[in-house]
Design a protein around this ligand. Structure first.
Ligand code: HEC
Length: 152
């Protein structure tokens, strides 16, 4: 393909994208679900993004320690259960209104991460999903306690 055709194609692509945005064709409503292919691409990008950032994280040896789990459970109940639920927390307006839906850990629905990734996600959050970043307000110890609880 000639260089000029490539430039022409790129400009057409960018223009088309700007027009789609300008005319409001893309529906940002949380009730308008993604196509399956969009889900797959986003999942791939999310997983790779997390994987390349968790290499240096060292998992503490005491994740199965009862004290760790109990302390994590208290924080989980206070900060996470309204979205991720628990055996005593029924679905909330928040948990049902969010898209993507928050994983329900005690039923193992949509939850798929190992302790390193869980720690990273809790610390940094996940853009455009409703999962907050907790790292600026909690110590690493507190975040590992929550990982210990989820892991249990
Ligand atoms: C406002 C709702 C909300 C709150 C509060 C919340 N989360 Fe999340 N969380 C989400 C959503 C939504 C996702 C799914 C993100 C996605 O699909 O990429 C998620 C994903 C996660 C994941 C990844 C799960 C997996 O294996 O795929 C972990 C771990 C997690 N949250 C832990 C926590 C912890 C611990 C807390 C409390 C400190 C918390 N979350 C509070 C909404 C929330």
């Amino acid at each position: 393909m000639k260089f000029s055709s490539l430039v022409g194609l790129t400009i057409t692509g960018v223009l088309a994208a700007v027009l789609v945005g300008w005319f409001g064709f893309y529906n940002v409503s949380a009730k308008d679900k993604h196509w399956e292919i969009t889900n797959k691409v986003m999942e791939f990008v999310r997983e790779r993004s997390i994987e390349v950032r968790t290499d240096d994280i060292v998992v503490p040896k005491n994740l199965t320690d009862k004290k760790m789990i109990t302390k994590g459970a208290k924080n989980y109940d206070a900060m996470c259960a309204q979205c991720h639920l628990s055996p005593v927390k029924q679905p909330t307006e928040l948990s049902q209104g969010l898209y993507p839906e928050p994983p329900v850990f005690h039923e193992n629905i949509h939850a798929s991460h190992d302790p390193k990734s869980m720690f990273w996600i809790i610390k940094n959050g996940i853009k455009l999903t409703g999962m907050p970043a907790w790292g600026d307000f909690h110590t690493e110890q507190q975040m590992w306690q929550m990982v210990a609880f989820l892991n249990s």
